[in-house]
Design a protein around this ligand. Structure first.
Ligand code: CTP
Length: 450
């Protein structure tokens, strides 16, 4: 019996897929089809797969060509499968010519002519019109945005707004955007969605205006610094049928997702302590350390360190306590936040003027997980047990500056895939805004005492 194997995402199943499977089956007697998981696709840089894994499997099954369907979820699996299933022929479409020649050591490799003028990418583009996105604010993070957004299909950065027209012009020139303006009304006319990367305190008003103009919003962290503002904006987004997402990049990256999945699988037992630290020494003259109202370590870095705590332990902590070291202008150069959940503890540490090990530690009743800096761009983590021979290390990709993951989920959410927004829910964003608010209130009291 001749065994044939082939792999693919088989997203938005089309004629090209059907014909490939038909010819693959005809190469032998028994066809195995490997369908990729969403996480594996993300890892290999294929973002925006629309159909769920179950649907993609179902579509392959319905062709009647597959004798067996397996799931492909990691690099190197092809060789394992070929040996395990005693495969005679490996086949894929001609778009891959040469890419799998290394498998010739294990079996015959056949590249089948690809069906012309059809692909999942084309179907995605037809199904969903290309979103026109505008950028508000032109600072450091905004400069990383356009190159990252290019990796995501279904979206095009068209315009930039800045109240200082020279900055808008320079940004538009640098990133070859069609339009720049210092007039918001003109800006709203050109875009379907916005990415907001302006100073923290301006987020609220921009978000509100954008939503009132029925524009989808992806806003840099911290989205807002008051719980009630966050609640109001999410409510407005719902009324206006718009997507509102907070851009905490870590939340959307594959490595951090994998970390959460390992914890949720119960690998380290019940989570009892989460410690997250992020420090980044800043120039004392920087905006972060001189803007006495909204600068400081916690407003700047707090979203990152709060994220794993809120994701893993939830929002029902009993007590929260802030301790800060402050510069003369009252801004915190280092802040520690203690959470008491009753049956678990957590600590978040953020520093712009104190350097520490940027580590994430998750302690459980069976073991602990350690993620070294930069854990907020998760590429690997270690699971440790009492018996160290059981320790495991996980690796994951974090491509480029990592903003492409949040952009990809933003596009998916706009295109109607609400389930994609679970990576950072509205409740979690509201909670983080609430914590920022308590911190800032306490800071104000301290500053008054001074
Ligand atoms: N394929 C094909 N003809 C096409 C499209 C795909 O023969 N017109 C083949 C691919 O070469 C591969 C298999 O179908 O062997 C699964 O491909 P997949 O990457 O899932 O489909 P694409 O349409 O190429 O997806 P995308 O546009 O997302 O890259």
């Amino acid at each position: 019996m001749k065994k044939v194997i082939t792999y693919g995402s088989f997203d938005l199943f089309h004629e090209g897929h059907y014909k490939l499977l038909q010819r693959a089956k005809a190469l032998g007697d028994y066809l195995i089809v490997g369908v990729t998981t969403e996480q594996y696709d993300n890892q290999r840089g294929k973002l925006n797969v629309v159909d769920s894994l179950m649907d993609r499997i179902e579509h392959v099954k319905q062709t009647g060509f597959a004798d067996e369907i397996i799931i492909e979820d990691h690099v190197g699996q092809k060789t394992e499968d070929i040996l395990k299933y005693k495969v005679d022929i490996f086949t894929v479409g001609s778009d891959w010519i040469g890419a799998f020649d290394y498998l010739k050591e294990y079996c015959e490799v056949v590249y089948l002519e690809r069906t012309k003028d059809i692909s999942s990418t084309m179907k995605r583009a037809k199904k969903y019109s290309i979103l026109k996105l505008g950028v508000i604010g032109t600072g450091r993070i905004a400069k990383r945005f356009v190159p990252e957004a290019k990796y995501v299909s279904g979206i095009n950065v068209e315009a930039v707004y800045n109240p200082h027209i020279e900055s808008a012009e320079a940004y538009a020139k640098q990133f070859e955007l069609n339009m720049y303006t210092d007039k918001l009304e003109e800006f709203w006319e050109k875009v379907d969605a916005v990415y907001i990367a302006s100073p923290h305190e301006t987020h609220y008003e921009y978000m509100k205006q954008a939503l009132l103009h029925k524009k989808h919003v992806l806003c840099e962290k911290p989205m807002v610094l008051k719980k009630q503002e966050a609640e109001e904006l999410f409510e407005l987004a719902k009324e206006q049928e718009c997507v509102l997402m907070e851009a905490v990049k870590t939340a959307y990256c594959p490595g951090f997702q994998q970390l959460l999945s390992v914890v949720r699988s119960g690998a380290i037992g019940k989570v009892k302590d989460v410690e997250a630290c992020f420090t980044k020494l800043e120039n004392p003259l920087s905006r972060e350390l001189t803007d006495v109202k909204f600068g400081g370590s916690f407003t700047e870095l707090g979203s990152y360190v709060l994220l794993p705590i809120i994701k893993l332990l939830g929002q029902s902590y009993g007590e929260i306590e802030f301790k800060s070291m402050r510069a003369e202008n009252g801004l915190d150069i280092y802040t520690k936040v203690h959470f008491d959940y009753g049956d678990a503890l957590a600590t978040a540490k953020a520093g712009l003027g104190v350097k520490s090990a940027g580590e994430l530690l998750i302690a459980g009743t069976n073991g602990y997980i350690q993620v070294e800096a930069p854990w907020w761009k998760t590429t690997s983590f270690q699971v440790h047990y009492e018996d160290s021979s059981q320790d495991e290390k996980y690796f994951s990709k974090f491509l480029g500056d990592g903003l492409r993951y949040e952009v990809s989920d933003f596009v998916a959410a706009i295109n109607g895939f609400e389930e994609k927004t679970w990576k950072l829910t509205r409740e979690e964003s509201i909670e983080m805004a609430g914590i920022m608010e308590v911190f800032l209130q306490q800071k104000e009291c301290i500053n008054k005492e001074w």
